[in-house]
Ligand binder design. Structure first.
Ligand SMILES: [Zn+2]
Length: 291
């Protein structure tokens, strides 16, 4: 079901019309654009999500990040698993290992550097005016420091955990340390309208972390899209109703999922599960975009 939703979307293959010259030189579009960025592939164990190898279509997970270009600003949503600055080269397909705050090691097969993907769309990190993270786990924060100049939209409960001592086990605090002294907006409402016109909305979805959130983007041609954060990882969590084993609150996650399903019904939006490797591979990547 998820696949047909994704592949059924109208895609604007607009590479030819996307300026690839000076970053930020292009006049802003009248309606939002959504660029999908490839953050590589994460080795995974379905058992952490109460799924078996036989139940999932593929075992590894995608790493995704997104750029939302709105007439009033540019929002970076999530920041990848491996920072451009820590990788040995710009080569894709190379395995890179990182250690989380709790000492656990994870392996990511690298995609192209984030900056290269932004540049392909005509953007640089300096063009980003707003940053929002679905949550603070390491595989969503890697390049956050590159956006420390932007206004960080954050839920207070996540912010508190990010700078707590000791750091949360699934975090890599060095990857987002520069956000601490930057400009931020503390979000407490269930839904936060980023640019004031209802097209880009942060929606609370706690449970995976204290301040976990998802992002709704209303696109003129594509329709509504919800970027899942880690409300789901494998699409089979949704179809088979399974919860990860490492939620801050399973009750909250279950309630957030119910709330999101109602939101999807109400808005008609499609759900893009960020870690769903099969679904993510069907999406057009920058410099192409959805609008
Ligand atoms: Zn994740």
């Amino acid at each position: 079901m998820m696949l047909s939703r994704i592949t059924g979307l109208a895609v604007v293959a607009a590479a030819a019309s996307v300026a690839c010259g000076r970053p930020g030189a292009e006049a802003p579009a009248a309606t939002p654009r959504l660029y999908v960025l490839d953050g590589g592939v994460l080795a995974s164990d379905p058992a952490r999500y109460r799924l078996t190898e036989a139940e999932v279509q593929v075992t590894p997970l995608s790493i995704a990040a997104y750029l939302i270009v709105h007439p009033k600003g540019v929002l970076a949503w999530d920041a990848g698993a491996i920072a451009d600055d820590e990788r040995g080269s710009s080569a894709s397909g190379v395995e890179h290992r990182v250690r989380r705050a709790d000492g656990d090691e994870r392996a990511v097969t690298l995609g192209p550097p984030l900056r290269e993907q932004l540049r392909a769309g005509g953007y640089a990190p300096a063009d980003v005016t707003h940053l929002a993270l679905s949550h603070y786990h390491w595989d969503h924060t890697a390049n956050a420091n590159a956006f420390a100049h932007a206004t960080w939209l954050v839920r207070p409960s996540d912010r508190d955990r990010m700078f707590a001592e000791p750091a949360p086990g699934a975090a890599r605090p060095a990857t987002y340390a520069a956000l601490k002294g930057g400009r931020s907006v503390t979000i407490t409402a269930d839904e936060h309208d980023v640019f004031g016109d209802g097209t880009v909305i942060l929606k609370a979805a706690p449970g995976h972390s204290e301040g976990h959130q998802v992002l709704y983007v209303k696109l003129a041609k594509t329709g509504g899209v919800v970027l899942s954060g880690d409300l789901y990882h494998y699409p089979e969590e949704r179809t088979l109703n399974r919860l990860p084993t490492f939620e801050v609150s399973e009750e909250q996650t279950a309630a957030s999922r119910r709330g999101l399903e109602a939101f999807l019904m109400r808005t008609g939006a499609a759900l893009w599960i960020q870690h769903d490797l099969v679904g993510h591979r069907t999406l057009r990547k920058a410099p192409e975009y959805y609008d």
